[in-house]
Design a protein around this ligand. Sequence first.
Ligand code: PMP
Length: 433
Amino acid sequence: MQAVTLTNSKTLFSEAQHHIPGGVNSPVRAFQAVGGTPVFMKSAKGAYLFDEDSNKYIDLIGSWGPMILGHGNEEVTQAIIEAVKGSSSFGAPTRREVTIAELICEMVPSIEKVRMVNSGTEATMSAVRVARGYTGRDKFVKTIGCYHGHGDSFLIAAGSGAATMGMPNSPGVTKGTAKDTLLAPHNDLEAMQKLVDANPNEIAAIIIEPVAGNMGCVLPKEGYLEGLRKLCDKNGIVLIFDEVMTGFRLAKGGAQEIYGVTPDMTTLGKIIGGGMPVGAYGGKKEIMDCVSPLGKVYQAGTLSGNPVAMAAGITLLSILNNNSQIYQDLEQKGIKIAEGMRKAIKEQGLNYTVNQIGSMTNIFFTDKKVENFEDALTCDTALFGKYFHAMLNRGIYIAPAQFESWFLSNALSDADVIQIIEANEDALREIHA
Ligand code: PMP
């Protein structure tokens, strides 16, 4: 094992800080939680990243989700090139938008109509607006530790980078906005029931990550999602599954397919754009018909349905739609890595938690079961920082924060999986030496 040298990354990071806040265009990339120099990437192929100093890493971030087949997939790349030759933007309807809408509705059957946007943030912001317009109610509920993008009303008890940076409640969000966001502890049906009872006929929506990825990977307790469904039905509340991370990742039809619970609305992002900036929201026809120009809820986008992004998305989604084996393979890789990590933890007499479902997994530096954000907060984040660098020095690039899931790609070979397991074993030994 040799520590990676990051000479060029260091220079770039110092230049970046002159004109970019914190030197990065999204906070977690700055490595504040783990210390050290953020790695500036130059290229990637398959499961591997190459940085500005020519170091090679096995990529367990996958651009935070989109790269489910690895980087530089030939078919997706060709589709992008072909599309851009036709024009990089029309601002008018195109055939590809019809194709992707059909594909999404086929893969995620709870979606009868869908609107394309440019990010997961836009998707969740729009979905809540539509739910409010549809119900005529102002409040909505999010659970503590879930992250739904950086829309004002979501930056309250938010997970992901907001939690990592110690600012789950962002300045700049007005009190007026914050008062309509109600908070429930994650994975606690009873608490949700109480909150709903305390706000009769006032709650437009409950939005939730059905499998959370933004406090680390946290699975729903048995019966939790079903319970939310019943609660929403009984109280006329729109149930929104934020599947920006889990959509097309855990299964063709996302977490809702795996758990057999049907939301009223779904938000999507990441994989849907094949690496291009795309998001989408959709759901029941009756609700989606509230969206302008058919209905009165306004939502628009200059670049929405962008031809290059649509081409990438259509190609990636089609590959996933036509190859169920991909999900089985991803699940196997997920199980192997999680089992390998648990084995090393046990053999070294440690007691940490590893959560996993399909191609989402991560280690939590706590001896508690992690079922909600409070559990996640018991993690030793300083120890995680050491672990992160021990992994990086062994050529494994994991999310630079404790409160994030890792995303596996199908490009990982058996040898890569072994390398990850061995690196984890050695890294644990190193940080406890
Ligand atoms: N919802 C969830 C569940 C997410 O994980 C994210 C981003 N990580 C978002 C919404 C926001 O998506 P974006 O970063 O594309 O705006």
